[in-house]
Design a protein around this ligand. Sequence first.
Ligand SMILES: Nc1ncnc2c1ncn2[C@@H]1O[C@H](COP(=O)(O)OP(=O)(O)OP(=O)(O)O)[C@@H](O)[C@H]1O
Ligand SMILES: O=C(O)c1ccc[n+]([C@@H]2O[C@H](COP(=O)([O-])O)[C@@H](O)[C@H]2O)c1
Length: 207
Amino acid sequence: MIQPLPPSRPGQVIGLLGGSFDPPHSGHLHISREALRRFGLDRVWWLVSPGNPLKRHGPAPLPDRMAAARALADHPRIAVTDIEARLGTRYTAQTLAAVTAICPGRRFVWLMGADNLAQFHRWQDWRGIIERVPVGVLARPGQRISARLSPAARIYAQARIKGRASHLLGRARAPAWCFVNVPMTGISSSDLRARERGADHAAQAEK
Ligand SMILES: Nc1ncnc2c1ncn2[C@@H]1O[C@H](COP(=O)(O)OP(=O)(O)OP(=O)(O)O)[C@@H](O)[C@H]1O
Ligand SMILES: O=C(O)c1ccc[n+]([C@@H]2O[C@H](COP(=O)([O-])O)[C@@H](O)[C@H]2O)c1
């Protein structure tokens, strides 16, 4: 039996931030707050992934990442879910098909950092994703140009909503996408993991 998703009401606009959250960090919180404000969203749900299908190494165990994400997402309009593991979906196109079927009457926006827009054309059925839900892209250091020149951005150039009209994204008809130049934060999960490994090595060396 699939556990219910976070609470929502018909008519609400919900941003979905899929990620490994390995570990979750202040950048996730920062872009979620910016997305709520800039894209006219009512809620943001963090979809803690069983594992990115394009990444070779699996992440830390899901219960650990879920607990850390819940502890960090201490915000009345941000909720955390492991719906993908419950549904058995790993690919975003499948997740969106299932979530939109489970939650009729809600509008969904797929959220991602600019690094993911640069790779988006490699995702399974990526055209199906952008044709199904509006996509909100948030600036990330060093990724602005690669995102803007990416195959997905070029192919769907006509569907781009300009940053100054970003508040329209939540209620736009797909295909639609919008890149917002929010204040950037350079933090990443891979840096945090590298720092933790460094600290472990230093502790071992001291023994
Ligand atoms: N600092 C950030 N600025 C903008 N977007 C971010 C930032 N950190 C994460 N994101 C976005 O949040 C989503 C989930 O990211 P994820 O959980 O993979 O974290 P990450 O820091 O990118 O991890 P890793 O370094 O392991 O790739 C992705 O769409 C990613 O682009
Ligand atoms: O569907 C795909 O082919 C696909 C390929 C790469 C990434 N994704 C999703 O993109 C989100 C961000 O992934 P990550 O690992 O960068 O946090 C997460 O929800 C992944 O499931 C999805």
